[in-house]
Ligand binder design. Sequence first.
Ligand code: ADP
Length: 705
Amino acid sequence: MNPGFLKQKAYLLLIFSVFLIGIGGFFYFGNLLYQQKLNKTLYANEKKYSSIAELNTLQLKAIKDKRGFQINKADYMIKSYLEYKKQSVDLARKIAIEFRGDSLKDQVDSLLLLVRKRYEDLDLQIHYINTLPELKANQKIAENFAGSRALSESWEHGFNKLQSDLHLRSINLAAKEEQLAQQNNLSFIFLLFLTVGLLTWSFFSIKRQEILKQQNDSAMRINTAIRASEREFSSAFEYASIGMALVSLNGKFMRVNSSLCRLLGYSAKELKALNFQDITHPDDLDADIDFVNRMINGSIESYTMEKRYFDKKGKVLWINLSVSMVHHADGTPKYFISQIENITDWKNAQFSLSESEVKYRSLFENSLHGKLLHEFSGAVLDANLAAINMFGYTAEELDHLLLNELLDSADSRLSAILLARNETGKAQGESTGIRKNGERFPLLLSSVLFKDKSGNDIYSTTLVDLSKQKETEKLLAQKNEELESFAATAAHDLKEPLRMIGSFMSLLKSKYAGQLDPSANKYIDFAISGSTRMNYLITDLLDYAKVGSEQVPFVEVDPELLLLDIMALNDSYITEKSAKISWTQLPVIVAQKTPVQLLFQNLLMNGLKYQAPDSVPNIQISGQELTDCWMFSVEDNGIGIPANYHEKIFQVFSRLHSKDKYGGTGMGLATCKKIVELHGGKIWVESQEGQGSCFHFTISKNSIA
Ligand code: ADP
């Protein structure tokens, strides 16, 4: 029932009850007033009755006193008579007032007239008694007796009649009052019951209406909440970023969201015509069905599994499936709610990750260099075969060792490497290893920090046993030293006979000038030029051999001063060529001074030398400081170098021109390259044939050996 209507009804009833109670109360109190009025009338009637009776009594007493006076002649009696008469007159006057407007007024008036007449009669008799002799008086009184008697009888009659009327009236009034009282009582009880009944009914109606309203409100609230929750579910379902489906107990798609449709490439209608079995990869179907059966028989409440679906085009998709169940009110299974997340990319990444893990594992295992995985503390986690062989421990023994038991902490280079690694995450350098038998050996160590799957810091350290290399290097250095000393000795020893050949040939030419035929002079010139060239060659060879062979200190070198020296040394050549040599402000470097001077000299002299016949050489030198090195450029306006010779020219004895055109030994640039590499730098050329050349080289800031 509509609680609003109920409420209206209850309040109408309440108003009606109040109205009825009002009317009932009005009548009841009206009745009560009327009853009181009747009561008053009855009382007045009784009073009138008493007054009349009293008037009768007063007359009787007056008559008695008159008779007494007639007999005894006692004065007090006449006085008493007069007193009763006076009282009677007063009472008669009062009665006349009481009966004013009364229906019995006429009757009363007649009676009062009779009273007056009787007293006149009595007064006359007393007059006779007072004025006449007793007999005469008695005679006179006896003569009037008939009249007196008639008056008395009229009074008696009128009095009785009036009394009887008044009595009757009293009876009637009392009866009426009684009746009214009864009616009033009845109506009061009825009104009481009616009031209590209606109020109770109204009260319970309102109460019921409130309960109904509360029930209605809570039902409405529940309904609203259900509708809101349905709306929320619908919108969460429909707009979920992952696929969602309601699936019947036999696997049919009952409802699917747009994400799922997008994922599988089906329309909602097409999907609803399918079962999950239709699109599940056969290899995953049994596991899924097993889960479904366990959910239906109640042994599990939900499940999650990774499985494969086929999309509409037949492509395999990896999905993460989470399924829960909705039950009927009685607890029986209703349908499944499935959440489907596309994990194809993640799965593929996982596959490639495990693939790459296998790959890297095999690289780790099969590396010819020793590899250790260890923690920051140095605790070894894994070691490859090369490391096991390098240190001479078994794999189990290595797993229980710390890195500082494998590396010689007395080698100061180790702490520098570890410091750099802790700061930057990676570092490499040479250090000393300790084998199980205690033997120390040189090694190259490269350590890199990475995070494992759990985010822990792990260090991958690669170790290269340098024992053999160091031995070879030592041997090579020895050989080089021997070779260089041999070259220096040989060059020195060769120079002496060469100088002799040159000077004796010059002597021969001057002593026998004019005596020898022209051919002989030409041969002597060839010999002198050959010995001069040989001298240059030996000097260049010596320069080349010397580079790096001597312990030359690294000092601050100002290239501008070097250039000034070079120009002073070659002043005549520069003047002859009318060459222009200029430079911008050059940075001061730290290097081996003499080799660097040779470097600048070779490049500068080549720039002056490799010029077209009539060209005026213009050499520009520039330099700048970079982060790790200094870079210099020597640019000329010479004949240039074809691109295919840009690397070849730095090899020993490599020349592009005949000695007749441009003299030289082919050692200059090779020596430059050696000097630059000794300083941890590089040298290269930018040039095009006929358009000048620009030689660049760098000097490392960390080249101090
Ligand atoms: P050389 O003693 O012959 O000058 P270098 O080693 O100094 O030997 O030079 C090798 C060759 O590179 C030279 O023969 C020359 O052909 C070429 N070359 C060197 N510098 C220049 C330059 N500035 N311009 C053109 N060609 C050059």
